[in-house]
Design a protein around this ligand. Structure first.
Ligand SMILES: [Zn+2]
Length: 374
């Protein structure tokens, strides 16, 4: 019934199941060939990735581009790519979600301390309207959903990863430095002004080295790619050195162990505070757990309160790889669209959508998981 309604509105499209053998074919719902598309971008400190996502979860990577770490070089070309793909996909595009590696206030201002980004106006540099300051950043069509990469990764983990069905979980995303957020009933706890996912800037590292965020002794000084580079005496910071850090991660057991121990100590403090059922790790966190899981646990367990040691939370690697932030941004765009108001607008703009037209706009790009091109 639900699927039939969605098919009538041109949101989904039913086609025979591939493994059908005899009798009446089983119809399985899939993305409508002319149905809604969410654009989603993951802006990291050194590069960005732009993808198109259909209802049902099919993701097509449209472009990947390195940048020099400045807001103009990162966001200007991304804005141009978004505009070009919106023109190409036309009325199918229902919104754009953008993940960024720093705290984002509701109206789209981002700070990335180690890139020296201060109150960078993301919508303005992308050439898009600013999000409303409404609670939760909900938006009108055409208005981007802009958020923190860790919070988006946590949302994706709650929707389709290892935090599904978990009442209280903790998600940690480790890239150049760690970010983390508490996830309650499937919702990352964003904070009063949307900038809550900043567990990397708590003094969990044990030192008092000044951090570029303005605080001292931040966890970010000891966990992540910057810390790996520093451990072996290589230059670090400014969002540079991803390849070197990956080499350190693959070859220096000592640097990996120091990173994993710092991660474990911080996890213990956060578990003592929040009592999560599961702690999920994404980004480099997955490799740290795989390569030095014993060191991570050995550093974590003695710092847990006695009452927590009988049943410590599971610490698991994300099943979504590095794509959690992108997928979370996509989920947020569909959340804003799949509302009474959003669907009404779609019906108004697509009065003929009920007819199942076979015209598939031709796009040839790599797709994830060997799926058909969008
Ligand atoms: Zn800091």
């Amino acid at each position: 019934m639900l699927v039939a309604g969605l098919a009538e509105d041109g949101l989904l499209h039913e086609e025979p199941a591939a493994e059908h053998t005899r009798g009446r074919p089983t119809l399985v719902p899939g993305p409508h060939p002319d149905g809604p598309v969410a654009l989603a971008a993951d802006v990291r400190e050194d590069a960005w990735e732009l993808a198109a996502c259909e209802l049902g979860g099919r993701v097509t990577v449209l472009a990947v581009r390195p940048h020099d770490g400045t807001p103009q070089d990162a966001l200007g070309p991304l804005g141009e790519a978004v505009a070009a793909h919106r023109r190409r996909l036309g009325h199918r595009v229902i919104g754009i979600g953008v993940a960024l590696a720093g705290p984002v206030r509701h109206h789209g201002l981002v700070d990335i301390a180690h890139l020296n980004w201060r109150s960078v106006d993301v919508p303005a540099l992308l050439g898009l309207p600013a999000p409303s300051q409404a609670e939760g950043g909900s938006s009108a069509p055409g208005v981007p959903v802009i958020g923190n990469d860790t919070a988006f990764a946590a949302l994706a983990e709650a929707r389709r990863g290892r935090l599904q069905g978990v009442r209280v979980g903790l998600h940690l995303h480790v890239d150049f430095d760690p970010g983390g957020v508490l996830v309650v009933d499937g919702h990352p706890v964003a904070g009063a002004s949307g900038i809550g996912a900043e567990l990397g800037h708590m003094p969990l590292g044990g030192g008092d080295r000044p951090c570029l965020c303005g605080a001292r002794g931040c966890w970010a000084m000891d966990v992540g790619a910057n810390a790996l580079l520093r451990h072996v005496g290589l230059a670090y910071g400014g969002g540079r050195g991803r390849e070197q850090a990956e080499r350190v991660l693959a070859t220096s057991q000592e640097a990996v162990r120091a990173n994993a121990e710092a991660l474990g100590r911080g996890i213990a403090a956060l578990v003592n505070a929040h009592d999560p059922e599961v702690v999920t790790l994404s980004g480099h966190g997955v490799e740290l757990r795989e390569r030095a899981g014993a060191a991570l646990l050995a550093a974590c367990e003695p710092l847990l309160m006695t009452i927590r040691r009988d049943r410590p939370p599971r610490i698991e690697g994300s099943a979504l790889g590095w794509r959690g932030s992108l997928l979370g941004a996509m989920e947020s765009v569909f959340d804003a669209f799949l509302t009474t108001g959003g669907l009404e607008l779609w019906r108004k703009d697509h009065p003929d959508q009920g007819r199942d037209t076979p015209d598939r706009q031709s796009v040839t790009h790599s797709t994830l998981g060997g799926e058909r091109p969008l």
